[in-house]
Design a protein around this ligand. Structure first.
Ligand code: ADP
Ligand code: MG
Length: 477
C-alpha cells in the first residue's frame, strides 16, 4: 500500500479564557492511496480539529498545532509551523517580519489546498461566497490552479480544429487525439447528458480554439509562462533553501495578484471573453454535470442562496474536485442533508474513489455510513486515536470498550424494538481531561492502571491497533 498522507503524534490545542483545550493529544494514522478512511467518534472527540489541522486552517489565536508530523508524499505539511508559533507567542513581534513569515506559509499552503488536498464541510453554505454566482466561484478555483491545463487543452483543440469541426457535424471522430483535448473529449462523451450537451461542449471548444489560433503567439507565450510558474510551485513544495524559497514566493505573489476574483468577474462580464475564461467556464459546466447536477447550465448562473442544501453540497464537491486533488477530506458531508440526498452524495464519493482514484478521509459520527463507505476506520475518543482497523474487522472484532459501545448504540434494522446500549456519560471537557486513559470514567472495565497511565498502542493483528490497557502485545507507539 502506498501512503497518501501520514499523520503522526499530532497535538493541537486552543488557548481560551477558561484554560487550554487539549483538543488533540496524540493523533496518528495513515491514509493509503485510493482508499476511503473513515474517522468516527462522538461529537467533541477531535474529528474536525484533525481535519482543520491537516488543512492548516486552525485559527491562531486561539488554536495552535503544538507538535507532530503531517506528510503528503515528500511534502512536509508542517513546514514553518514552529516559526509561525514563535512569532505569535512573542509579546512584541516585529510586525513586518511577522507578516512575511505568515504570508510565506500562507502561500505554500494555498498551493496545497485545493490543488492537492480539498475539504468539504458539513454546512456547504460556509464554503461558498454568497455574493458570487456558482460559476464565478468554480471558475475562480479552476483559474487559480489550472491555468496550464486550460491553455494546453485550448492549444491542442486549435491544432485539431478541423477534426473537432467534423466531429461536431458528423458525430464521428476521424482521428484519435492522444493529448489534452482527447482526454477532455472522452470526458465529455462520458457525461451521458445526451447529444445536446456534447454539442454544447464542442461548440465552446471550437470557439476557444478559433480565438487561440487568431492570437496564437500571445497564447503560446502565456502557456510558456504558465508552465514556468508551475515548475516554480512544484519546487516550492519540495525541499528548497530559504533564499530560493523567498525569490520563488515573490514571483508567485505577483502572479497571484493577477488572478483576483474581481478582475476575473470583470473579464467574465466582457462581451467577448478570453478563451481561457471560456474554457474554465466549459470545465465548470462539465464538472457540475459530472456530479449529476441536472440543468447544470442554469445552476451555474445561480447564487448560493437560490439552491437547495443537496444541490449546494454537490456544487461544493464540484469545486473541491475542480483541480483533481489527490486527497479529499469530507467532514460530516451528509449530516445536514435528508436521507435520500445523503445516499446520493455518498454514491458520488464512491464514484470519485473508483473513477479518479482519489484518497478520501470521511469523517462522521455515524457508524452506518462508515460500514457502507470505508475501507479502514480510525476511532477517535477525546483527542486520541483509540482503535484502527479494516472496516469489516472492526465490525466483527472490535477491541476497545469505546468502539464496542459505539457499535452497540447503532439502531438495529433487524430488531428496532431492541433497547440501545448508549455509552454512559459524555465526552469530557478537554480543558481538564481525565488522567491516564481519557475514556476511564465511562469504561466499565477500567482498573487502577487506567486511571494513571496513558495506554500504549498495541497491534493485535495486522493492521488492527488498539490503545487500551486490557490488551498486551507488540507496542507500535
Ligand atoms: N475554536 C475553538 N476554540 C476552543 N475549543 C475548540 C475550538 N474548536 C474546537 N474546540 C474543542 O476541540 C475539541 C474537539 O472538537 P471537534 O474537533 O470539533 O470535535 P468533533 O468534530 O469530533 O465533533 C472539543 O472539545 C471542542 O470544544
Ligand atoms: Mg466536527
Amino acid at each position: 500500500m502506498e501512503e497518501a498522507l501520514v499523520v503522526k503524534n499530532l497535538k493541537t490545542q486552543f488557548f481560551i479564557y477558561d484554560g487550554v483545550v487539549k483538543a488533540l493529544e496524540d493523533v496518528t494514522f495513515t491514509l493509503n492511496k485510493g482508499e476511503v478512511l473513515g474517522i468516527v467518534g462522538e461529537t467533541g472527540c477531535g474529528k474536525s480539529v484533525t481535519a482543520f489541522s491537516i488543512m492548516r486552517l486552525i485559527p491562531d489565536p486561539p488554536g495552535r498545532i503544538i507538535s507532530g508530523q503531517i506528510r503528503m508524499g515528500n511534502y512536509d505539511l508542517m513546514r514553518g509551523i514552529d516559526q509561525e508559533a514563535e512569532i505569535i507567542l512573542k509579546k512584541r513581534p516585529k510586525i513586518k517580519h511577522h507578516n512575511n513569515v505568515i504570508k510565506k506559509n500562507e502561500h505554500f499552503y494555498n498551493k496545497i489546498r485545493g490543488r492537492y488536498i480539498s475539504m468539504i464541510f458539513q454546512e456547504p453554505m460556509a464554503a461558498l461566497n454568497p455574493v458570487y454566482t456558482v460559476e464565478d466561484q468554480i471558475i475562480e478555483s479552476i483559474y487559480l490552479h489550472s491555468m496550464t491545463k486550460i491553455l494546453k487543452v485550448i492549444k491542442s483543440a486549435s491544432e485539431h480544429l478541423p477534426d473537432l469541426k467534423s466531429f461536431r457535424e458528423s458525430g464521428e471522430i476521424g482521428a484519435e487525439f492522444n493529448d489534452e483535448v482527447g482526454t477532455e473529449l472522452s470526458k465529455i462523451k462520458n457525461l451521458k447528458k445526451g447529444k445536446d450537451s456534447v454539442e454544447k461542449h464542442l461548440d465552446m471548444l471550437i470557439d476557444e480554439a478559433t480565438k487561440f489560433s487568431e492570437k496564437k503567439e500571445k497564447y503560446e507565450e502565456l502557456l510558456k509562462h504558465s508552465i514556468e510558474i508551475d515548475d516554480l510551485e512544484e519546487k516550492l513544495l519540495g525541499e528548497v533553501g530559504e533564499q530560493e524559497r523567498d525569490s520563488i514566493i515573490s514571483v508567485l505573489t505577483k502572479e497571484a495578484k493577477k488572478t483576483k476574483l474581481n478582475r476575473l468577474t470583470k473579464k467574465l462580464k466582457k462581451k467577448n471573453p478570453d478563451p481561457i475564461v471560456s474554457e474554465a467556464r466549459r470545465e465548470a459546466l462539465a464538472l457540475l454535470e459530472s456530479v449529476n447536477i441536472p440543468n447544470a447550465f442554469q445552476i451555474l448562473k445561480n447564487y448560493p442562496h437560490e439552491l437547495s442544501g443537496g444541490m449546494l453540497q454537490r456544487v461544493v464537491i464540484a469545486i473541491a474536485l475542480s483541480n483533481d486533488p489527490q486527497i479529499l477530506i469530507a467532514d460530516e458531508p451528509t449530516t445536514a442533508l435528508d436521507v435520500t440526498i445523503q445516499a446520493q452524495i455518498l454514491e458520488l464519493l464512491r464514484d470519485l474513489k473508483k473513477n479518479r482514484g482519489t484518497s478520501i478521509i470521511l469523517i462522521t459520527h455515524d457508524l452506518g455510513v462508515i460500514a457502507e463507505m470505508a475501507d479502514r476506520v480510525v476511532v477517535m475518543y477525546a483527542g486520541n486515536v483509540v482503535e484502527t482497523a479494516p472496516s469489516l474487522e472492526l465490525y466483527h472484532n472490535p477491541k476497545h470498550p469505546y468502539t464496542i459501545g459505539l457499535l452497540q448504540s447503532i439502531p438495529r434494522v433487524d430488531d428496532p424494538t431492541k433497547k440501545l446500549n448508549i455509552i454512559r456519560g459524555t465526552v469530557p471537557n478537554l480543558i481538564t481531561p481525565p488522567a491516564g486513559c481519557r475514556f476511564n470514567p465511562r469504561c466499565q472495565f477500567a482498573f487502577d492502571r487506567c486511571l494513571v497511565e496513558v495506554p500504549p498502542t498495541i497491534e493485535t493483528s495486522e493492521g488492527h491497533t488498539v490503545a487500551c490497557h486490557l490488551f498486551t502485545g507488540k507496542e507500535v507507539r
